[in-house]
Structure formats: C-alpha cells, structure tokens
Design a protein around this ligand. Structure first.
Ligand SMILES: [Zn+2]
Ligand SMILES: [Zn+2]
Length: 258
C-alpha cells in the first residue's frame, strides 16, 4: 500500500561519475508526486539502478473523523443525541465534518441533541446539516458549497452585520422621537416624528459597498439588503419631514431606483 509523506531512495549506481558525490545517492521524493499506479509496480519493473533502502511512514494528514486511520468509526444516521460508541474519539488531525474545522475545536462534538461526532458523508441527513452549517445565510440564495468562494463568504459576513445594525436603526425609527419644539413637556407626548433618514443612509452606504464587490458578491449583498428594507413601512407622526429619505415608502423607491 502506498504511504504518504517522503521516501528516501538510495542509488547503488557506480557509473554516475558526472554527478557530484554528495548528490548522487539520495533522492527525496514527496509522495504526493508519486502516482498510486507507480507504487504498485513490482520491484523488477523499477529502474535497476535504484534500490529502496529506507522509507518513512508519513504523518497523518488532516481528515474527516469518519475517515480516521487511527480510531474506527461507526456510521449511523440521524444520531444526534449521544456519540455512537467510540465515534467521539479523535486524533490530532480529525476534522468535524459539519463545522469543517478540527474536531478538538468543535463545540458540538458530543453535545446531546446536536452531537457532531457521528456525522459522515454517506448520509443525506448529515450532508444537509453540513450544508446549513457551512452555507449559513447563503443557503437562502440556493447556492451550493462548491459555488461558494471567499468573496461570497465575505459578502455574507457583511450582510449579517448590516442586518443587525439595520434592525437596530429601524427599531429606533419605529419608536419615533418627541419633538422638543412642541412646548411644555406635558403636551409633548403626542408630538412625535418618525424620521427614516438614518435607516436610508445605512442602506445606501451598504449598497455602495456592494458596488465595490465582485458581481456575485454584490448581487448577494443587494438582494439580501433589499429583502429587508422592502418590508419597511412608514409610521404617521404628528409632523412630517420634507426630505424623501425621511419617509420609509419614498426612501424605499429611491433605494430601488439606484
Ligand atoms: Zn483522526
Ligand atoms: Zn462540529
């Protein structure tokens, strides 16, 4: 069986006079460059000038837990309540299939109800779970993992933080503010104004950022932002501001016509 890592090959060739003595006998071959079929060639078919006198087994490369060469894995389906016996064991290079990071840093590895250690790729249940976890908000755009690149991930991160701030600003808008110009404090409670401008400016600035991204990332940001602000409505206050951006309905139109 092929091992991975490096192999040191010594040559017993005596007729390598043109090669400096310190270079003629040792070759270090990275196994990644050696095709499996080459490993299977019988010794007689190899170059007669080469004899393998030493090989070193490779370090274990990172792998999903279900592929661990050290701890056997038992595949089940939909088991999230408890670790199937021994599935919770991990080596230094075991990755969580759901989080796509080292199993040792998975928060849900043995967490009852969300237990990730039983996950594996031959299960629709776990594959869906993985897609949801890794796609995050991008799942609503019908993207698959193979279509997602760093631009889209960045767009999604920006969209999430945009949405948090948008929700705060829209909450403030819905409460309105009391106009101090309304006279004595006792009469002010009905003197409310609902100014959408801060929300409008927040959306505008986000759409400007979207314009600077690559086309797919920009589309995700614009669609995501539109999905949110399109639902905003105007609240009638005692006073109306003249600026179109102060009125949620007019501001929405301005944003859509950008
Ligand atoms: Zn492992
Ligand atoms: Zn995990």
């Amino acid at each position: 069986m092929c091992t991975t890592g490096e192999i040191i090959i010594l040559s017993d060739d005596d007729d390598c006079e043109d090669v400096p003595p310190n270079e003629l006998s040792v070759f270090i071959v990275e196994v990644e460059d050696v095709k499996k079929s080459e490993c299977a060639v019988p010794p007689t078919a190899l170059d007669e000038d080469l004899v393998i006198t030493f090989s070193r087994s490779a370090e274990v490369l990172p792998h999903a837990r279900y592929d661990c060469p050290i701890h056997p894995f038992t595949a089940t389906d939909c088991e999230v309540s408890v670790p199937v016996p021994n599935n919770h064991l991990m080596c230094d290079q075991c990755f969580c299939y759901i989080c796509d990071k080292l199993a040792s840093s998975c928060k849900w590895w043995c967490y009852s109800g969300l237990c990730h250690c039983n996950s594996h790729k031959k299960s629709d249940f776990w594959n869906n779970h993985r897609n949801c976890a890794l796609l995050g908000g991008l799942k609503t755009f019908n993207l698959t993992l193979s279509e997602v690149d760093s631009h889209l991930r960045n767009a999604e991160t920006m969209l999430q933080s945009f949405r948090q701030e948008l929700s705060t600003l829209y909450g403030v808008f819905l409460k309105g503010r009391v106009l101090e110009e309304c006279g004595p404090i006792q009469t002010r409670k009905n003197c409310r104004i609902f100014d959408y401008t801060p929300v409008y400016e927040h959306v505008s600035s986000f759409l400007n950022k979207a314009d600077q991204q690559d086309s797919r990332a920009a589309a995700i940001m614009m669609l995501g932002a539109t999905e949110d602000f399109i639902r905003h409505f105007q609240v009638s206050g005692t006073f109306l501001l003249q600026s179109p951006s102060a009125d949620a309905v007019k501001a929405r139109l301005l944003l859509l016509q950008r």
